[in-house]
Design a protein around this ligand. Structure first.
Ligand code: COA
Length: 173
């Protein structure tokens, strides 16, 4: 299928992306993470996109990158603060075609250029093999509660190479 061979594009989040990214988020959680989590867990997880304005505002307030295939958004990643990956979701129809890799590659480089020495992520069980393959190591197991439903995830961490082009730290006078 030619779609599978299309190159993945990357661009920054645009204000008009909110609805498309919310749809990707819901499809990704239901169809990909649905393999590892129960129906109640999936329902409270996807409910995070029910308030479309709040969902878009969360992405707009973070460093958010969008992956595209043939010009259409198929995934996104967001960085909260200097070193925490907040959201990473790829549409099931674009799964295992390198979109997640392209997104996190770019995010790691941007974070590193901004001076981050490591990245952390509270990874879903579904994404754990993806992050492990990228060199993230498990730090701790978490159980989080959303609207009375408990979900497990794992805090994972990866050290980033030192940024040689960053300005040297200022000397004390
Ligand atoms: C995790 C996720 C973002 C990966 O996106 P993707 O575009 O499919 O990832 P890539 O194609 O770049 O995969 C790169 C490698 O990661 C590993 N990988 C990715 N998904 C995997 C899975 N479900 N199981 C095992 N390994 C996986 C594989 O080694 C893969 O290489 P391969 O396809 O050559 O075997 C995607 O599966 C997703 O959206 N999952 C559901 C949402 C979720 O849990 N998000 C994380 C919240 S923290």
């Amino acid at each position: 299928m030619s779609r599978a061979r299309s190159p993945i594009g990357l661009r920054p989040f645009l204000p008009q992306d909110g609805a498309a990214l919310a749809a990707i988020f819901v499809a990704s959680v239901e169809e990909i993470a649905g393999e590892d989590y129960g129906a109640e867990q999936i329902a409270v997880w996807t409910a995070r996109a029910d308030d479309a304005q709040a969902f878009a505002a969360r992405l707009a307030g973070q460093l958010t990158l969008v992956a595209t295939l043939e010009g259409e958004p198929v995934g996104f990643v967001s960085l909260a603060g200097p070193e925490r990956i907040d959201m990473l979701y790829v549409h099931p129809l674009a799964s295992r075609q390198g979109a997640g890799t392209a997104l996190v590659d770019a995010l790691e480089k941007l974070a590193q250029a901004r001076g981050a020495r490591h990245l952390v992520v509270d990874s879903s069980d579904t994404a754990e093999p993806f992050f492990a393959r990228r060199g993230y190591s498990a730090q701790q197991r978490n159980t989080i509660e959303i609207d009375g439903v408990w979900l497990g995830n794992t805090t994972m961490r990866k050290a980033l190479p030192a940024n040689d082009s960053a300005p040297p730290p200022r000397r004390m006078q």
